[in-house]
Design a protein around this ligand. Structure first.
Ligand code: IPE
Ligand code: IPE
Ligand code: MG
Ligand code: MG
Length: 333
């Protein structure tokens, strides 16, 4: 276990123990709030909730809230809100990506169809906003609206760049900021806000979580190449097949020869590994140290987050946040 400046960071189990009671309440809240007057929506919401998932965002929100003070019921409610927003983005994302698997099961779009899933996602967004409204805090609504628009813009930008080999590292980072880091940042800020923290603390926790979110998506994109389908709960190599050129490949392409670029172009054109096996592109990325460089970039983001966490006073929650940064980079799914 790595040592932070103030004490040992916590393991996954220890982090979970800290927030377990609250997480149970979060699940209850999500269950209660996912009931619509139309069965299809309730069914899809329940399917999403019961399919597992790491609950990273509610955990981050709860830990931030505890670090900043005590968010009480508000923190539990907002943790449910961010997980419901996450679920809504995932169900829409799987429609857009024509995904077939999520969290080791058929994705909702496969079981319930695109039309129902789009509507269920819309409903979930609105339900989450209605729940957030109960805080009677305009700052929270401001944040959630800006966040949701940012995430939608991210998905749209991604859509526009689909199949393009000219995506730069800067383009990629902008996308990751929008589609993932912004939600992580929002989780930490919301947790601090409901705990009544002052703006400085809200900002610091937000920035720290933003770095964590950047690292999280970078690792996710590396895992898309290196993990097993079993561990990941979704097929490997999906990003490239879906037309997304992510950081390991961006790095590799920077140094690739013409025939190697042609290999990637073929996969993007086909949208499959029929003509070029997945192993070939994997070998190409490895030979240009694409994974290594992307992981180093992820580590730089977690390093930034850790530096900021070390500035907070020592407490179990401070150590848990530190532990969370380790889980993000050392995971297999
Ligand atoms: C998936 O997020 C979407 C990304 C930002 C990569 P998670 O990997 O946190 O999804 P679950 O909730 O654990 O399934
Ligand atoms: C992440 O997008 C989902 C959102 C943040 C909306 P991806 O398409 O990269 O995520 P996965 O790989 O489907 O989980
Ligand atoms: Mg997507
Ligand atoms: Mg996707």
């Amino acid at each position: 276990m790595e040592l932070s400046k103030l004490g040992p960071s916590l393991t996954a189990r220890e982090i979970l123990e800290l927030v377990q009671d609250d997480l149970v309440r979060v699940e209850r809240e999500i269950g209660l709030e996912s009931v619509a007057s139309v069965d299809a929506i309730t069914t899809i919401s329940r399917y999403l909730q019961s399919s597992g998932g790491k609950r990273l965002r509610p955990t981050l929100l709860l830990l931030s809230s505890r670090l900043a003070g005590d968010g009480g019921d508000g923190a539990v409610r907002m943790a449910a809100v961010v997980e419901m927003i996450h679920a809504a983005t995932l169900v829409h994302d799987d429609v857009i990506d024509v995904a077939e698997t999520r969290r080791g099961r058929p994705s909702a779009n496969v079981l319930f169809g695109n039309h129902r899933c789009v509507l269920a996602g819309d409903w979930l967004y609105m339900q989450a906003f209605q729940m957030a409204l109960r805080e009677r805090n305009f700052q929270i609504l401001d944040l959630l609206i800006a966040l949701t628009q940012m995430m939608v813009e991210g998905e749209l930008l991604q859509l526009e760049r689909l199949g393009s080999m000219s995506v730069t590292e800067a383009d990629y980072m902008d996308l990751v900021d929008r589609k993932t880091a912004s939600l992580f940042s929002a989780c930490a800020r919301l947790g601090a806000m409901v705990a009544g923290a002052e703006n400085g603390m809200v900002g610091k926790l937000g920035e720290c979580a933003w770095n964590l979110g950047m690292a999280f998506q970078l690792v996710d994109d590396v895992l898309d190449f290196t993990a097993t389908e079993n561990a990941l709960g979704k097929p490997v190599g999906s990003d490239l097949r879906e037309g997304k050129v992510t950081l390991p490949l961006i790095y590799a392409l920077e140094e690739a020869a013409d025939d190697e670029r042609e290999v990637v172009r073929t996969i993007l054109k086909d949208g499959s590994y029929d003509r070029v096996p997945f192993e070939k592109v994997l070998a190409l990325i490895e030979s240009r140290r694409g994974m290594e460089r992307a992981m180093a970039r992820a580590e730089a983001f977690t390093g930034k987050a850790r530096g900021m966490i070390n500035e907070f006073p020592d407490s179990p929650y401070q150590r848990a946040l530190y532990g969370l940064t380790e889980l993000v980079t050392d995971r297999d799914h």
